[in-house]
Design a protein around this ligand. Structure first.
Ligand code: HEM
Length: 467
């Protein structure tokens, strides 16, 4: 049954990734005095892009860290209703283990969001159809927030490098579809809205934990009632959680490593083999075609293909290796105990994320990367939405990507972004007559910052501004 999503109360980032708005910038903010901050918030709340419109020129989104909510005056008793992950943050010792953030990725080394850098209170996300539109929007927003005593702690700029991520692979193809949003797609890929929007039923048929406030604190009756029927008002409804991780990508290191592995015995490079190894690691070809359905070549006709399953079409991983990035971050129908069954798909539906990431830094094509690093930083501002950070984002990263024993594997982590020790990662590729395996794959991705945020509904933004 389609849930009636209150689109005009939901931030539009939940409904769309704004492929048309090519320019994007994240402003990491510190709030000042509570009263002017609330005044600023009231004004931004009226400008935030809602899910019932498809903007053509600009979009604005706003999310808060716990420190920001505290600063606005939200009582601790209400903050206690938010999830542990959000309240504790991304850098506790427990989360460090869950996320695999050690050595070069340790939070102590982060540029933002870590224990040695100032606390981020909020993130303002700005989008524009062109760089000029973004600049104009940012100028107005920065002026307004500075006038209210807020400060920009850091600016994370995205770069429009086309529909690819910095290693050169088409990105933004596979997303779960929310029931009730009206987008068409295969049934296995449709999830309950409560997986991504608080206040609605999730894949367990339950309301995800959410922050409630006593009705008496909402004299203006801004917030909706608790859908579970209590007297409380629902601060969470139509909101969701936002995960941001700045992931630097060593593009030169990536291509040089794969070039070395795939060279002919006489030492000459074999570009076709090199690209194929990279595609095996990702699980899609650079053009986007899935290896599960197009094992031998990139097929432009399948560039955006997403209606496929692993157990049904490539059970042994002869096309798409079991340990490939896309196969382990969304195993589709291949989860135990009954791969290929409806139960397997139902299990998988509980661990989906909506990805909204953006690339940063200039694009460095593989051929140029092979000539050597250019000394310029590039990577992904990995951004995703989930109603339950632990069960969705953290589970994917911990139990699937970073798990050396994922599926029937023995010692392989995600070859693209899985955390690995100094000895590097092993990557196995099922093949006949014998499986192929590469060892000692170094890390190509380094965490430079990150945080968990709450992306409130529009009424919740107004309520927060009225505290
Ligand atoms: C710099 C790091 C990363 C790179 C280069 C990268 C690259 C890619 C690429 C090329 C795709 C295929 C395009 C698509 O299906 O839309 C993809 C898909 C995906 N990635 Fe990543 N990714 C990175 C980090 C992450 C992280 C940190 C997570 C989550 C913990 C993640 C989760 C996913 C998921 C869920 C999919 C979709 C799989 C599917 O539904 O078939 N990725 N990624």
């Amino acid at each position: 049954m389609a849930a009636n999503l209150e689109l005009s109360d939901i931030q539009g980032l939940v409904a769309r990734g704004y492929g048309r708005l090519r320019a994007a910038r994240l402003l990491l903010l510190v709030l000042g005095e509570p009263a002017p901050s609330r005044g600023w918030l009231a004004s931004v709340a009226a400008q935030v892009t809602t899910a019932d419109v498809d903007p053509r020129d600009t979009a604005i989104h706003l999310a808060f860290a716990p420190e920001g909510l505290r600063n606005l005056g939200l009582p601790e008793a209400v903050l206690a209703g938010f999830s542990n992950e959000f309240r504790e943050g991304m850098t506790t010792p427990h989360r460090q283990r869950v996320l695999g953030d050690f050595d070069a990725n340790a939070p102590e080394r982060w540029r933002w969001g870590g224990p040695t850098t100032p606390a981020v209170h909020a993130v303002l996300m700005l989008y524009g159809a062109s760089a000029a539109e973004l600049e104009a929007l940012a100028a107005v927003q920065v002026q307004a927030l500075e006038a209210a005593g807020l400060k920009v702690l850091a600016t994370l700029d995205a770069t429009d490098i086309g529909d690819v991520e910095p290693f050169g692979f088409r990105d933004g193809i596979s997303q779960p579809l929310l029931e009730g949003l009206g987008k068409e797609g295969p049934a296995f890929n449709v999830v309950q809205p409560g997986e991504f929007v608080l206040g609605y039923k999730n894949e367990y048929g339950l309301l995800t934990d959410r922050p409630l406030v006593p009705a008496a604190t909402d004299a203006g009756r801004i917030l909706p009632r608790d859908a579970a029927g209590s007297d409380a008002r629902d601060l969470g409804r139509n909101g969701t959680y936002l995960v941001v991780r700045q992931l630097e990508q060593d593009v030169a290191g990536f291509w040089r490593c794969l070039d070395g592995i795939t060279r002919a015995p006489d030492g000459t490079s074999r570009p076709t083999e090199r690209t194929k190894l990279a595609a095996k690691m990702v699980g899609r070809w650079p053009g986007g075609a899935p290896l599960a359905t197009s094992p031998d070549r990139d097929d432009p006709a399948q560039a955006k293909s997403n209606d496929f399953r692993y157990h049904a079409q490539d059970a042994d991983g002869l096309g798409c290796p079991i340990g490939a990035h896309v196969r382990r971050t969304n195993p589709r129908d291949s989860l135990d105990p009954n791969p290929g069954s409806d139960g397997s798909i139902a299990l998988n539906r509980r661990h989906r994320i909506l990805r909204r990431g953006r690339a940063y830094g200039p694009y460095l094509p593989a051929e140029q990367a092979l000539a050597g690093a250019d000394g310029v930083e590039r990577g992904l501002h990995f951004i995703c939405l989930a109603a339950n950070i632990a069960r969705q984002f953290e589970f994917i990263q911990h139990t699937w990507a970073n798990n050396p024993k994922f599926a029937a594997l023995y010692d392989d982590v995600d070859p693209i972004m899985g955390a690995r020790g100094p000895g590097g990662a092993t990557f196995s590729m099922p093949a006949t007559p014998v499986r192929k395996r590469v060892t000692g794959l170094p890390s190509f991705v380094t965490v430079r910052g990150g945080g968990y945020f709450f992306l409130p509904g529009i009424r919740a933004l107004r309520y927060l501004s009225s505290l």
